[in-house]
Design a protein around this ligand. Sequence first.
Ligand code: ADP
Ligand code: MG
Length: 290
Amino acid sequence: MSRDAGALGPEPRPGGTGAAVPTSTRVVEIDGLTFGYAETEQPPLDGFTLSIERGEFACILGPSGCGKSTLLGILSGLFTPQRGRVTVDGTLLYEEGRRVTREAPAMGYVFQDPRLLPWRKVRQNVELALRAARVPQSEWDERVQRYLDMCGIGRLAGSWPGNLSGGQRQRVAITRALAIEPTLVLMDEPFSTLDEVTARFLRRELLEVWERTGQTIVFVTHSIREAVYLGDNVYVMTAGPGKVLERRPIGVPRPRAYEDPHLTEIEADMVDWVLRQWGFYEDPGRKGSP
Ligand SMILES: Nc1ncnc2c1ncn2[C@@H]1O[C@H](COP(=O)(O)OP(=O)(O)O)[C@@H](O)[C@H]1O
Ligand SMILES: [Mg+2]
């Protein structure tokens, strides 16, 4: 299957509102979403609109505090928005301030922190997710081993989380998210606390696993380079209140090299554009290369 982002749509469309793509190919559809934690405060997400294709690697890029984690919290059922519609894989989750269904499609999560149970071995940590996703127990052995192997940690099935490196623990977290074979994988800055060498290695591995599974990934980051390297599309958010400013397709064929000069060009262009959008050039004294 071609992973060239060009196949996903010819033109950038603000917030994915273009009408060219048939609804059935969209896994996530968010329309006019507004969510605030307290009535008195400005909502972090206001009039937020986004749509994501099946099998897409979608990067959500935004400055700290713009509402990226809040967005994933809404998709995962943690917070109910005050306004707007949210549909995942054809199931309407929220509409105009109410939760429509409790039967949301299966989703896998990977956070900054791997959140493993330290008193359970690696295999059991993954099995807990399979149990929660109601995968029949007869399938667990094969499923756990297949995904551990895919994430390069097949030999660690019997290890305790406390004996693993940070990178290995994060691979277990990724295994756990993918092994339930979810409709959607939500990742919230999963590599931001790792050292850069480990992070690069894991980014490449994540792409390889994604290409093999064909899953849809919503990957939140504040790193422009990471977004450009990983994404079919980068959805750039405003600084606040959070809206999607623009969908930017990354038309670089895969496999990509992290150091590819073409990615560097795209990154430089995006840095310049994003700094303008996020208001960093408002002070004329700061013009030039920040
Ligand atoms: N539980 C909460 N209660 C109140 N405000 C919150 C809570 N979580 C986040 N916020 C606020 O909402 C805004 C968006 O936060 P968040 O979604 O975590 O941003 P991001 O992930 O983009 O850094 C921030 O201003 C943050 O302080
Ligand atoms: Mg966050």
